[in-house]
Design a protein around this ligand. Structure first.
Ligand SMILES: NC(=O)c1ccc[n+]([C@@H]2O[C@H](COP(=O)([O-])OP(=O)(O)OC[C@H]3O[C@@H](n4cnc5c(N)ncnc54)[C@H](O)[C@@H]3O)[C@@H](O)[C@H]2O)c1
Length: 335
């Protein structure tokens, strides 16, 4: 009997690479399909890597025919909220149209289980907080709308075909696994923790976008979740489907909000460096507060975040960046 396998699209990216490692540790053969869209590097001896677009039908067919694929975990997407406002076409093309091609290929090859990387961006401006799954979906950016559209398609597929899915709506992914050389390496980097660490390291000014929000200190509040906790939810989501449970959507977050000012203060305290802060205007598409109510994932998937303490998140992200820089320097001087 051929080893159970999972196909991980976007497995050379930030969250997909951590999940690929966990799935390999859980005994799955892991196939990563990623086109290395931002020239990122991936050192993942625990996985089979295929460098291609996730909507290449011939490649998908080859994978589905040659491996015992139990499920597709679909991370591949364009992920920048602001870029999606400037050029929505490419966001709908990559995140929605191509996902339809992937789903079509799954149906053709009788691959039934799909785990989708959704986002809190599909809720839009929260009407209440913490946000639960029942909250109205009113995305304010093409990025958020693309996640909402795919979820709609998934519901229709699950109703019509022999097909089941779990959609995991992450809040803010953060942290790293430096011991495996896994962490954030987006190009350009738009996520706050890598930018904050860069500013601390290089003694560069750090911009806060918006200080007049309706929050206690005027800055946005976010729910930071360690990427290892997100990876675990994927494994549990697959178990949920394999046990014959129905398709469903779950929020993933800690339920604890941290303001941008609180995050900066924590980082300054941990690393003993004072930052030069610059106040900038609000960015379009940034709600004041995004905090998850993740009770449903806890009750149904038996998921618990274990690594999402802010100190641990910052330390692991910092250690990863330092390792990356040392590696770069070594390569520049020795190669
Ligand atoms: N990072 C977060 O905080 C966050 C929050 C909510 C949801 N998400 C979702 O989680 C998923 C992963 O996010 P991430 O932060 O790891 O992003 P990432 O950019 O690091 O990873 C995405 C990966 O997909 C690949 N990719 C994109 N389009 C592709 C294509 N057409 N063919 C093949 N590969 C392609 C990229 O090369 C990249 O490796 C995304 O779907 C994102 O929308 C992320």
């Amino acid at each position: 009997m051929q080893q159970k396998a999972v196909l991980i699209t976007g497995g050379a990216g930030y969250i997909g690479s951590h999940t690929a490692l966990l799935m390999a540790q859980k005994g799955y053969k892991v196939i990563i399909l990623d086109n290395l869209g931002y020239q990122q590097t991936l050192h993942a001896p625990w996985a089979t890597f295929i460098n291609d677009d996730f909507a290449n039908e011939a490649t998908l067919s080859h994978i589905f025919r040659n491996y015992n694929i139990q499920a597709v975990m679909h991370f591949a997407a364009f992920i920048e909220v602001n870029a999606s406002l400037k050029d929505p076409r490419v966001y709908y093309q990559n995140n929605v149209t191509k996902t339809c091609t992937l789903l079509q290929s799954m149906l053709e090859h009788q691959v039934r289980h799909f785990i989708f990387s959704s986002s809190c961006a599909l809720y839009g401006i929260p009407e209440y907080t913490p946000i639960d799954e029942q909250h109205q979906k009113n995305p304010i950016t093409p990025y958020g709308a693309s996640k909402h559209m795919v979820e709609t398609i998934l519901h229709d597929f699950a109703r019509a075909y022999n097909f089941d899915f779990v959609s995991l709506r992450y809040f803010n992914a953060a942290g790293a696994q430096p011991e495996y050389n896994l962490g954030e390496q987006h190009q350009p980097e738009t996520h706050i923790i890598p930018l904050l660490l860069q500013a601390l390291r290089m003694q560069k000014p750090f911009k806060i976008f918006g200080t007049n929000y309706d929050t206690p200190d005027g800055t946005c509040i976010r729910d930071f979740l360690h990427v290892k906790d997100i990876a675990l939810a994927h494994y549990l989501a697959l178990e949920h489907l394999e046990q014959g449970n129905p398709s469903d959507c779950f929020n993933l977050g800690t339920g604890k909000g941290t303001s941008i000012k609180q995050l900066i203060e924590a980082a300054q305290k941990i690393f003993g460096v004072k930052l030069h802060i610059v106040h900038d205007k609000r960015r379009e598409g940034d709600p004041a507060i995004l905090v998850a109510n993740a009770q449903k994932a806890k009750q149904i998937l038996h998921w618990q975040p274990h690594y999402s303490d802010l100190k641990y998140i910052l330390h692991s992200a910092h250690e990863y960046t330092i390792k990356q820089l040392m590696h770069k320097q070594f390569m520049q001087t020795h190669v």
